[in-house]
Design a protein around this ligand. Structure first.
Ligand code: F6P
Length: 343
């Protein structure tokens, strides 16, 4: 009997439950047992697990968030905790750990693998910034949420003839802002991969007004640096266990600058965690179930240290090393789409 442990780590996103569903259903087909580890690595360190049978997951594949709970606990923060995590895998009788997460969660999974724990990774993050996979779970649902928000902001911005700035998540990568901005018709799209020229932004806004387009919608990524100082804008300087600050607030700084330079009425809105909430899109449900099933296929093959990924229409596997090899940013060939609605 093979006992699989499954956990979700880092920020939640829509589609995680679909992965859990896929894991449990495929494990049942093979006669494997699944144990859900609660609250990510926090639950692994405290030994908080519960059995997941088919009946426990039958209605979850379409739910947002994660039924297992999550945390930003880093089990590799200290040697002691890493040892406890490895020991607990043994104590709990787990033959393999399926870790569903972003670069932090999968980076920690790699450390556990180096200590002899058989692991399999499933990439998830709305930020879509992981190498080795075309898309990560949650991304396209989040893009839809951003699109819906922009659709709404068009009508209010147009009515008031205002400049409206929408701040979008994504940390140091502009995928959400670019794709959400494109789908939602943002007139100006500002991503971390491309330096911001504030005078150019003001010129476009004024030029639009002069030619009878009295309002402008600007999509800005939270990871865009302030043009004058080159600094990121953070909610506070406090860092999480993986060393990340909480980004947020660049839209407010742009609001003040643009208002000062154009004399126009400007408003800013931070979409925040709305982008991580809600039910997964059809794409994320299907992707989640397929990735979950494939992860258990790898368990059956004994192919550990790998992550399951999507490439085109295929579900494949790559080494976890590749997923955690660095940040995947928006490539230059896509930068031209940042001004498709400017022209
Ligand atoms: O990595 C996903 C993400 O949503 C980022 O886009 C964002 O900067 C961060 O998580 C927010 O984290 P928290 O939920 O800890 O506020």
């Amino acid at each position: 009997m093979i006992r699989i442990g499954v956990l979700t780590g880092g920020g939640d996103c829509p589609g995680l439950n679909a992965v859990i569903y896929g894991v449990v259903v495929r494990a049942c087909q093979y006669g494997f047992e699944v144990w859900g580890i609660e609250d990510g690595y926090k639950g692994l360190l405290s030994g908080k697990v519960r059995r997941l049978r088919k009946e426990d997951v039958k209605d979850i594949y379409w739910l947002g968030g994660t039924v297992l709970g999550t945390s930003r606990k880093n089990p590799a923060k200290s040697e002691d905790e890493l040892r406890t995590a490895v020991e607990n895998v043994k104590k709990l009788g787990l033959d393999v750990l399926i870790t569903i997460g972003g670069d932090d969660t999968l980076g920690a999974a790699r450390k556990l693998y180096e200590r002899g724990v058989p692991v399999i990774g499933v990439p998830k993050t709305i930020d879509n910034d992981l190498p080795g996979t075309d898309y990560s779970i949650g991304f396209w649902t989040s893009v839809q949420t951003i699109t819906d928000a922009l659709d709404k902001l068009h009508t209010t911005a147009r009515s008031h003839k205002r400049v409206m700035i929408v701040e979008i998540m994504g940390r140091y990568a502009g995928w959400l802002t670019l794709m959400g901005g494109l789908a939602g018709g943002a007139h100006i799209i500002l991503i971390p991969e491309k330096p911001v020229d504030i005078d150019e932004v003001c010129r476009i806004v004024k030029e639009r007004k002069e030619r009878g387009e009295p309002y402008s919608l600007i999509a800005v990524a939270e990871g865009v640096t302030i043009p004058t100082t080159g600094d990121l804008v953070a909610v506070s300087a406090e860092k999480d266990e993986f060393g990340h600050v909480r980004l947020g607030g660049v839209s407010k700084i742009l609001e003040e600058e643009i208002s000062k330079k154009t004399g126009m009425e400007v408003r800013s809105v931070i979409l925040g965690h709305l982008q991580r909430g809600g039910i997964p899109s059809a794409y994320d449900r299907v992707l989640g179930i397929r990735l979950g099933c494939k992860a258990v296929d790898l368990v059956k093959e004994g192919k550990f240290g790998y992550a399951v990924v999507v490439k085109g229409i295929e579900i494949e596997s790559v080494k976890i090393d590749e997923i955690v090899s660095g940040l995947r940013r928006v490539p230059e060939e896509l930068h031209e789409y940042t001004n498709i609605f400017t022209l």
